[in-house]
Ligand binder design. Structure first.
Ligand code: AHR
Length: 328
């Protein structure tokens, strides 16, 4: 956009444009920065809040024009959006990458056009780190390790086997890989731990409900489930619904459900005891993205990664007041 400002001004002078005389409160905001955003979709409570966080910071009043593209869970839509942003000569591209691989060519095109790309929320795998300028989001591996440590503590004294039902998020996303890898390594290390099944919940409640009911209904005998490791709140809600409908109890006296995100709805379930552990995944990264853009505008070099600080919640840590004052 800045690249377009000078020619526009010149055109305006040539055409003899007179300055508009609006009263101050009516005058249009001056747009100084154009930002293209390629969002994964709206599959979860986290995602919706993440979009709101970006939109609330990059407003026209603050001098930003946001070009927003919802990829509806398809990488090809994200690649098409990035190409469109390059044609539109945006100043920055924010990319919430669906999956970890397959970005090199399109990011090479953005780099050749001189447009910095900031990864938001998830990361990508590439041999050329210069293809993106910075990343802000969660450390999913750390989150998975926290959940595993809690499982170890909770089942330390367990007399028998620990049977785990694993509901994975969208495959090949850095969120799924970080959380799944931590659990898979722990299961391999603990002789008494085993997977009853690993199902694909795609980070949505509907898909998780579907695959969990299907799996439960296809078992020759009622499975003895000790823990369900759900890779976000939407999958936890879908799994709990399926389990309760088939007479299982989720809570300290029954199945221990682990979830990630800590949205208000997830924390409500946690306060009730149906979710035993919530590992926070913070979607409110808009302000940090703006700080990175300000650093770049000053001509300075930002850090490569900015990880959000996240917490763990168990029912004992929560109160109604605490949940109600959470912004998401
Ligand atoms: O990338 C973050 C994950 O993606 C969140 O845990 C999940 O809810 C989302 O859709």
């Amino acid at each position: 956009m800045k690249k377009l400002l000078a020619p526009l001004l010149a055109l305006c002078l040539l055409a003899g444009c007179a300055p508009a005389h609006h009263p101050p409160e009516e005058s249009a905001a001056i747009i100084h920065t154009v930002i293209g955003v390629s969002q994964v979709g709206a599959e979860s409570g986290f995602r919706v809040t993440n979009t709101e966080s970006i939109r609330s910071v990059f407003t026209e009043e603050a001098g930003y024009r946001l070009l927003f593209e919802d990829a509806r869970q398809k990488q090809e839509n994200q690649i098409a959006a990035i190409r469109k942003f390059i044609q539109q000569q945006v100043d920055y591209i924010l990319l919430m990458p669906l999956c970890v691989t397959g970005w090199d060519s399109v990011l090479q095109e953005a780099k050749a056009a001189g447009i910095p790309v900031i990864l938001v929320d998830r990361v990508i795998e590439t041999e050329d780190d210069s293809l993106y300028t910075a990343h802000v989001g969660s450390d999913f591996r750390w989150e998975g390790e926290q959940a595993v440590a809690w499982l170890e503590e909770t089942f330390r004294e367990a007399p028998g086997p620990v049977n785990i039902l694993h509901i994975r998020g969208t495959l090949d996303t850095s969120a799924q890989l970080g959380r799944s890898n931590a659990l898979e390594e722990a299961v391999a290390q603990h002789e008494s731990w085993s997977f009853l099944a690993q199902l694909d919940g795609d980070f949505t409640q509907a898909k998780t409900y579907e695959v969990t009911t299907q799996w439960l209904d296809n078992q020759p005998q009622r499975p003895d489930i000790h823990a369900v490791y759900c890779e976000n709140d939407n999958t936890a809600l879908g799994a709990i619904q399926a389990l309760e409908e088939r007479g299982y109890l989720c809570g300290p006296e029954g199945i221990r459900v682990i979830s990630f995100d800590a949205t208000r709805q997830g924390l409500d379930y946690c306060l009730e005891g149906k979710i035993s552990l919530e590992v926070e995944c913070d979607p409110l990264v808009g302000p940090q993205v703006e700080k990175i853009i300000q650093i770049l505008e000053r001509g300075d070099v930002p850090d490569k990664h900015y990880y959000t600080r996240e917490r763990l919640f168990t029912p004992e840590d929560l109160t109604r007041e605490f949940i109600d004052q959470r912004p998401y």
